[in-house]
Write a protein that binds this ligand. Structure first.
Ligand SMILES: [Zn+2]
Length: 435
C-alpha cells in the first residue's frame, strides 16, 4: 500500500493519553498505519496539504442501522408503536438484498462526508451491506439483527443466518470489516438465543450487540412478566459479558448500571434517537462513567435521527446532559469528543487500533476546513475542542482517510460514485414506501 503524508496541519487533535493538541505538524501513514506524528522530513507517494486544516481521529459511530437511510424522513413525529407498526415494519418487510446494498452505499457516502470512519451496524441482508462497506473503504463492525420472537424454529433459522454471515465475513477477508453477533433485544429474543449469542461472541472473540432499555415500557413489561428489571433478567439468564455492547440503556437504575459495569459491558449512547422518539429517560452517563463502563456515541438508524451526522450527535449529547442535570459542567467538550473517538473505540474493543492519532494506530484520520464562517475566529489551543464539538459540522469535513486510503479529498468521494448512489437509492426508496 502506498504511503501518505499529511503535511503541516494547522492543528492536530491527537486524542492521545494527554489529549495533546499540536500545531503545524505532519502525519506520515504507511501500510495503513500511522508511522510518525510531528516534524516529518521524508516524502511519500501521496501528499495532502494540511494548511488551514484541523486533523482529527475519524469519528466512531457505535450504533446504527445503515440501510435505514432509505426510510429517512418517511415517518416522523409519531408515537413509537404507530411509527413501527404502521410505517417502519411494513416498509422493512419489503426490503430486498439489493435495497439493503444500495441503502448501505448511501449510508457509507454520508458517513465518509460527515467524518465517520468506523461504525457498528445491525440490520438485515448483511452480506450485501458488507459488500457495500467493503467497496466504500470504511471500517465496519457488522451484525445481523436476530429476532426469534420466542419461537424455537425461528431461533434455529436465525442462528443459521448468523453463522452463514460469520463465514461470509471470514471469507471476505477484509481487514476493515469485522463480524459481530446481533441479538436485537431481550423482548424480541428468547433467553436461549441470548445465551447462544453470548457464547458465540466469546467463542469467536467478537462483540455481542443488543438494544437494552430503550423505553420505559420495556422495563414495565419485564417487571410484570419476570418480576425483575431488564438487566437483572439478563444477569439471571447468564446473557451478560464483557463482549456485550448495549445500545440505548436509557431506562436503567443505578444498580443496573453497576451490574453492567461489573461484567465489563459497553454502552452505545444514542441521544438524538432517544429524544426524537421521546423515550423520556436520559441515559445515566455520569453513573456509567463512575462504573467504568466504556460509552460510545451512536446515531441509531436514519429513520429515527434522521442523519448519520456524528458532529450533530456530539453537540446534542452534551446539551442533553447539561439540560437534564441543570449542570453545564456535567459533560464538557473534551469528554464529548472522547465519546465520539477514543471512548467509542474502547466500546468496540478497538482502542489499540483507532480513536486517536498516534504512531502504531490505523491511519483513520479526517481533516476539517477552518476557512468557513462557523470555525472562526479560532481563539487558540484552549478552545479548539469546544469549536469541534459545538461549532463544527460535516460542512467542514474536507478529507477522510481510513487505513491510509483516501476515501474523500477536497470533498470529492474517491471510492464510490455519489450521483449513481443517490439515483439508485431514490428509485429503491420509492418502491419501498409506495408498494
Ligand atoms: Zn437501534
Amino acid at each position: 500500500m502506498p504511503s501518505t503524508l499529511i503535511k503541516n496541519c494547522s492543528w492536530l487533535v491527537t486524542q492521545n493519553r494527554n489529549r495533546d493538541v499540536l500545531r503545524d505538524c505532519s502525519i506520515m501513514i504507511r501500510d495503513g498505519k500511522i508511522l510518525q506524528v510531528g516534524k516529518v522530513s521524508q516524502s511519500a507517494d501521496a501528499e495532502i496539504d494540511g494548511a488551514g486544516k484541523i486533523a482529527l481521529p475519524g469519528l466512531i459511530n457505535t450504533h446504527t442501522h445503515l440501510s435505514m437511510v432509505l426510510l429517512r424522513g418517511y415517518a416522523d413525529d409519531m408515537q413509537l408503536q404507530d411509527w413501527l407498526q404502521k410505517k417502519i415494519w411494513p416498509a422493512e418487510s419489503r426490503l430486498t438484498a439489493e435495497a439493503c446494498y444500495q441503502g448501505a452505499l448511501l449510508g457509507c457516502a454520508e458517513m465518509i462526508m460527515s467524518g465517520t470512519t468506523t461504525f457498528m451496524d445491525m440490520y438485515l441482508h448483511m452480506e450485501d451491506v458488507a459488500r457495500a462497506v467493503n467497496e466504500s473503504g470504511l471500517r465496519g463492525l457488522l451484525s445481523y439483527g436476530i429476532i426469534d420472537l420466542f419461537d424455537a424454529a425461528k431461533a434455529k433459522a436465525e442462528q443459521e443466518k448468523t453463522q452463514k454471515f460469520f463465514e461470509y465475513v471470514r471469507d471476505l477477508g477484509s481487514p476493515r470489516i469485522q463480524f459481530a453477533v446481533g441479538p436485537h433485544a431481550p423482548y424480541t429474543c428468547s433467553p436461549e438465543t441470548l445465551q447462544w449469542a453470548k457464547e458465540f461472541a466469546e467463542k469467536n472473540a467478537v462483540i455481542d450487540h443488543i438494544h437494552i432499555a430503550e423505553t420505559r415500557k420495556e422495563q414495565a413489561d419485564f417487571q410484570k412478566q419476570h418480576g425483575m428489571r431488564v438487566v437483572e433478567y439478563l444477569d439471571k439468564i447468564g446473557a451478560l459479558s464483557n463482549r456485550m455492547l448495549a445500545a440505548h440503556c436509557v431506562w436503567l437504575t443505578k444498580s443496573e448500571v453497576a451490574t453492567l459495569g461489573k461484567v465489563g459491558a459497553s454502552v452505545a449512547h444514542c441521544p438524538v434517537s432517544n429524544m426524537k422518539l421521546a423515550s423520556g429517560g436520559v441515559a445515566p452517563l455520569p453513573e456509567m462513567f463512575e462504573s467504568g463502563i466504556a460509552v460510545g456515541l451512536g446515531t441509531d438508524g436514519a429513520a429515527s435521527n434522521n442523519s448519520l451526522d456524528m458532529f450533530e450527535t456530539m453537540k446534542i449529547c452534551a446539551l442533553l446532559h447539561k439540560a437534564h442535570r441543570w449542570d453545564p459542567t456535567i459533560l464538557n467538550a473534551q469528554k464529548t469528543l472522547d465519546l465520539a473517538t477514543i471512548d467509542g473505540a474502547r466500546a468496540l474493543g478497538l482502542q489499540d487500533e483507532v480513536g486517536s492519532i498516534e504512531p502504531g494506530k490505523k491511519g483513520d484520520i479526517i481533516m476539517l476546513d477552518t476557512q468557513l464562517p462557523n470555525l472562526n475566529p479560532l481563539h487558540g489551543d484552549d478552545t479548539i475542542i469546544s469549536d469541534l464539538v459545538y461549532s463544527a459540522s460535516p460542512a467542514n469535513v474536507n478529507t477522510t482517510i481510513v487505513d491510509g486510503q483516501i476515501l474523500m479529498a477536497n470533498k470529492q468521494l474517491k471510492t464510490i460514485n455519489l450521483a449513481q448512489i443517490i439515483q439508485n437509492a431514490s428509485r429503491i426508496a420509492t418502491q419501498l414506501v409506495h408498494a
